[in-house]
Design a protein around this ligand. Structure first.
Ligand SMILES: [Zn+2]
Length: 482
């Protein structure tokens, strides 16, 4: 077992942290950023090297080949010419979430550049950033697909169009770009887009949520780096609004007529009860955890990635605001997942209901779904539970998932990927060099180089050591306030 050397810079005002000041949590523990955790040797060192040399160049090349990046050029052209197209002449390729893959990869590049000097890569990131920013509308809106191809459908179909998901990933990239470079170029654009969203959604404005959660987590990061409370408030709005009837005011969701599913011959009462339960899940947004308010949810249902990001955001909200009710609610969901719905690898999702999501309690077939993104989301969630409560049981699940269901999504060579991580394969499951739906490869691109963030946590004069690894951590402690 490799050793961990902690250099605790207790009460030292002149510690080395170069990173911008982040809003500290109101409750619980604070992160120790990867910038202060050196994992150059041991298990992680070679992976960081491969990540820099292979993974990041590989995903950027693929994103160019598959037009994710040139979609921004198409949007910039549309803005410049004042022309928008509703046909294939728009130059847009792929679906409306393509932008998010670029943002995630560049976020990963920023973490990698935090580990090493690589002027060529830095230049590549900044060149692509310029192409992204050229696609930003004057009002802040920045999604290439809708700007160039379907301008009349901006913020129309919140359930399926991934707009705020794209936005969230852009915010996360912008925050890391600022932390790395000190340049506010990307961050200013992120704030402009976030302000546009804030002007559109919220109390007294439009009451809606995105079908694919992500922006909630990102808004917490934006709040911490800018100190602007309106981003924390907007995060809370989206979390509070989930599970309501969306529209022009906040009101309880009252289901419309439910069509009873047909009872197939031979079904037992118990089996038919499950069919009805699943139908109800589909009928009202259970896939996106939008079937009832999060504070009332006691069982993990639906898409596992969306659930993981949501639960992580609930824990963060409880840490950065006075909302103990969210801490309580997310602990209940944690018990359901960890006692009844998690694989022994820490993987989440059986896809039993064809929704990339959780299935029935205790039903965990070896032909598992366990999307790589769900493993990553679970690590992020467990990390935040630990930061909220400072309890090793969360760090244990984080470690389990990290090594068995998150990094399994990428080969040791750094350029082949799993979307699903089955525990059993009779037909030769293999990683591939790219996946058309590129959420997993690009999530791996941002995940590996940020694992330093997971190692430690701190609070006043306390340090939590969460993971084993060969390296050092430089941790600045402060005197206990009371
Ligand atoms: Zn994925």
């Amino acid at each position: 077992m490799a050793s961990v050397l902690i250099v605790a810079l207790a009460f030292a005002a002149s510690a080395q942290a170069k990173e911008p000041q982040l809003k500290p949590p109101l409750h619980g523990f604070d992160e120790v950023g990867y910038q202060n955790v050196d994992l150059r040797g041991g298990f992680w060192g070679p992976r960081f090297y491969i990540h820099q040399r292979t993974t990041i160049p590989h995903v950027i090349k693929k994103l160019e080949e598959h037009n994710h990046i040139s979609n921004f050029d198409a949007a910039a052209k549309a803005l410049k010419s004042g022309e928008t197209h509703k046909t294939d002449t728009s130059g847009i390729v792929g679906h409306s979430a393509f932008d998010s893959d670029v943002h995630k990869s560049l976020e990963g590049a920023c973490y990698t550049l935090g580990h090493c000097d690589n002027p060529d890569l830095q230049k590549r990131v900044d060149d692509i950033l310029d192409r992204i920013l050229a696609a930003q509308d004057d009002n802040g809106y920045l999604i290439s697909y809708f700007t160039a191809k379907e301008p009349d459908r901006k913020f129309v179909d919140m359930r399926t169009n991934h707009e705020l998901y794209n936005a969230g990933h852009f915010f996360e990239f912008a925050v890391e770009h600022y932390r790395l470079t000190g340049s506010t170029k990307a961050l200013d654009a992120a704030k402009k887009f976030a302000d546009h969203i804030d002007n559109t959604f919220g109390i007294g404005k439009r009451y809606e949520v995105c079908g694919h959660q992500e922006i909630e987590l990102a808004l917490i990061k934006l709040y911490r780096i800018t100190g602007e409370k309106r981003y924390l408030d907007l995060c809370r709005f989206f979390i509070d609004e989930r599970g309501h009837a969306h529209g022009t005011e906040r009101k309880p969701f009252i289901p419309g007529p439910f069509i009873q599913p047909k009872r197939e011959e031979g079904l037992t009462d118990e089996q038919y009860k499950k069919v009805v339960w699943r139908s109800k899940l589909y009928w009202r947004n259970g896939r996106m955890q939008d079937h009832k308010p999060l504070l009332e949810q006691t069982e993990a249902v639906g898409h596992a990635v969306r659930a993981g990001y949501t639960y992580a955001a609930m824990a963060d909200l409880a840490r950065f605001s006075d909302t103990p009710e969210y801490a309580k609610a997310v602990r209940v969901l944690w018990e359901d997942v960890v006692n009844r719905k998690i694989y022994l690898t820490g993987g989440l999702g059986t896809n039993q209901n064809d929704d990339e999501g959780f299935g029935d309690p205790y039903l965990l077939p070896n032909k598992s779904y366990c999307e790589s993104c769900a493993g990553i989301a679970n690590v992020f969630w467990q990390q935040r539970m630990n930061l909220m409560d400072g309890d090793a049981k969360y760090a244990d699940v984080m470690e389990l998932t990290l090594f068995n269901s998150a990094i399994s999504g990428m080969s040791i060579s750094g350029n082949r990927f799993f979307y699903q991580n089955p525990l059993e394969s009779k037909d030769g499951a293999e990683r591939s060099s790219w996946i058309g739906l590129a959420c997993c490869p690009t999530n791996m691109a941002r995940f590996t180089p940020q694992v330093g963030n997971l190692f430690y946590a701190k609070k006043n004069d306390k340090i939590l050591v969460n993971l084993y690894g060969s390296g050092t951590g430089a941790i600045q402690l402060t005197a206990k306030t009371k």
